[in-house]
Design a protein around this ligand. Structure first.
Ligand code: NAD
Length: 490
């Protein structure tokens, strides 16, 4: 990537890149080449303080506070256009920093522009005069929805732009200002976003960015000038953040890990499963939170399902993520590869049978590549059936009847996504509603930016997208006033 879109050792505060106080840095590595592509600041508490102060100052300035919801919606539309104008740069940048195939990153800017446009369309919800009479009839209340304040947006590396814009769009529409902390693996897309934010005409200080790892994130979550935290990442980090926010009584939204199930009903068209299994179960080289990485198959059709899934996984091209034909790229880092390889060992040791994959692919001496792997003969108690692997590994489990399938699907600490494959759509829909999960698709899985997306159980707290996602960036104020000639007791 040349030139890099983010100056070394800098933070973005009050509308400009500024030298960081921290002298530490993070190496950013291209997962396909293992080459260091740049260094960014490992921002410290002082840098976080600078960014939060900039956000607080912008919150109070008329240039932002004086805007109506319609004005802010207009800025979201302008940002959408600016992101689209940077579509190619964005795709290249994300692929270079996290190894996601260009077949996935090519539309990152277009999809997030759509997210921004949909969020802008929610502006009328903020304009409604919400007048509520006291039930006793002597007074009335105006319920105001006001921005929660400065929002800390902390994101992971797997879909860095999507997960950032999912927070940024409602935060800005609500009238918040933000401090963004992208994952240390993927800081550069945020710099491309910063240039779009400037070009869209957002006032300085409304969007601020600090780069760095968990320490930087912790300093941001704990900062007294932060009013709300929105986090996407692992369940472990989410719990730590929730503990801090609990102590501080700070609102928090958590989008966490998953181990979703794809239930293949006895009447399923296995051609449909074959066509959709990669997208539903192993998207982004298995590094997608809602991937249905447990495939549940009726025992009578188990061998057939294992064969179909195995063929789909084996025949998908693995390799250079910049090649448009590539389906499986490298995983994001050496650490992530070590985690996936550990699960490959655990699965084999537990007695599961790899029908394809199981190790490192031949012919890739460089790059964090892992063979996409399907495990058959998986028992529900096995770790590979219970724990999130976050790599290209599927477990296929047999079930006896539909009640057994439902029990297996719900036998998880997680509840994020899921899918039901069945020819009788009505029956599949009915089955889907009995799954303990925040989102579930019939014969496919997708994310609808107009509908809430959030996890149940250990998969999170709260939701993003739609009016539900917007409400996470608002607080209420009830302003009471007496009605004339209706008595004076209060
Ligand atoms: P991670 O939890 O290690 O890091 C996520 C972000 O949080 C990074 O920016 C990191 O620097 C920061 N962070 C880590 N510990 C922190 C702490 N104690 N305080 C503040 N910030 C902290 O996760 P990851 O490895 O980057 O991402 C993978 C995980 O994210 C997977 O578990 C995946 O399922 C989950 N994820 C969930 C969703 C969802 O919408 N539910 C979407 C994508 C990814």
């Amino acid at each position: 990537m040349n030139p890099l879109p983010l100056p070394s050792h800098s933070i973005y505060a009050d509308g400009a890149w500024r030298a960081a106080h921290s002298t530490r840095h993070v190496d950013v590595v291209n997962p396909a080449t293992e080459r260091v592509i740049g260094q960014v600041a490992d921002a410290d508490a002082s840098d976080v303080d600078t960014a939060v102060r900039a956000a607080r100052a912008a919150l109070g300035r008329p240039a932002w506070r004086g805007l109506t919801p319609d004005d802010r919606a207009g800025l979201l539309l302008a940002l959408a256009a600016q992101l689209e104008a940077r579509g190619e740069e964005m795709a290249r940048t994300i692929t270079e920093e996290n190894g996601s195939p260009v077949s996935l990153t090519a539309d990152a800017a277009a999809v997030t522009a759509m997210m921004l446009r949909h969020t802008a369309s929610l502006a009328p919800l903020l304009d409604v005069e919400d007048l509520r009479p006291f039930p006793a009839g002597h007074a009335s209340t105006v319920v105001r929805r006001v921005p929660v304040g400065v929002a800390a947006l902390i994101t992971p590396w797997n879909f860095p732009l999507h997960l950032l814009v999912a927070k940024l769009a409602p935060a800005l529409l609500a009238g918040c200002t933000v401090v963004v902390k992208p994952a240390p693996e993927t800081p550069y897309h945020a710099a491309v976003l910063a240039s779009a934010v400037e070009a869209a005409g957002l006032p300085a200080g409304v969007v601020n960015i600090v780069t760095g790892g968990a320490e930087t994130g912790r300093a941001l979550v704990e900062h007294p000038g932060v009013d709300k935290v929105a986090f996407t990442g692992s369940t472990g980090a989410g719990r730590a953040i929730a503990r801090t926010c609990g102590e501080l009584l700070r609102p928090v939204t958590l989008e966490l890990g998953g181990k979703s199930a794809a239930v293949v009903l006895p009447d399923a068209d296995l051609g449909v499963l074959a066509a959709r299994v990669l997208q539903t179960c192993l998207r982004n080289t298995g590094q997608t939170c809602y991937n249905a990485t447990r495939v549940l198959a009726p025992r009578a059709r188990y061998a057939e399902v294992v064969d179909i899934v195995t063929d789909a996984v084996r025949s998908a091209p693995l390799g250079d993520p910049t090649d448009p034909a590539t389906v499986f790229g490298p995983v994001v880092s050496a650490r992530q590869r070590a985690q996936v390889e550990e699960y490959l060992r655990v699965g084999a040791a537990e007695g599961a049978r790899a029908t394809t994959g199981g190790g490192r692919p031949a012919g890739f001496p460089v790059g964090y590549y892992v063979q996409p792997t399907v495990f058959a003969d998986v028992d529900p108690a096995m770790r590979i059936a219970q724990e999130e692997i976050f790599g290209p590994v599927l477990a296929v489990l047999p079930y006896e009847d539909e009640e057994d399938a439902l029990a297996l699907a719900n036998d998880s600490r997680y509840g994020l996504g899921g899918a039901v494959f069945g020819a009788d759509e009505g029956h599949a829909l009915e089955f889907a509603t009995r799954m303990e999960t925040g989102s579930v698709g019939v014969n496919f899985f997708g994310t609808n930016h107009a509908a809430p997306f959030g996890g149940w159980k250990d998969s999170g707290l709260g939701a993003e997208f739609g009016p539900e996602g917007l409400s996470a960036y608002l607080k209420h104020q009830s302003v009471h006033r007496l009605e004339e000639n209706k008595g004076s007791h209060v």
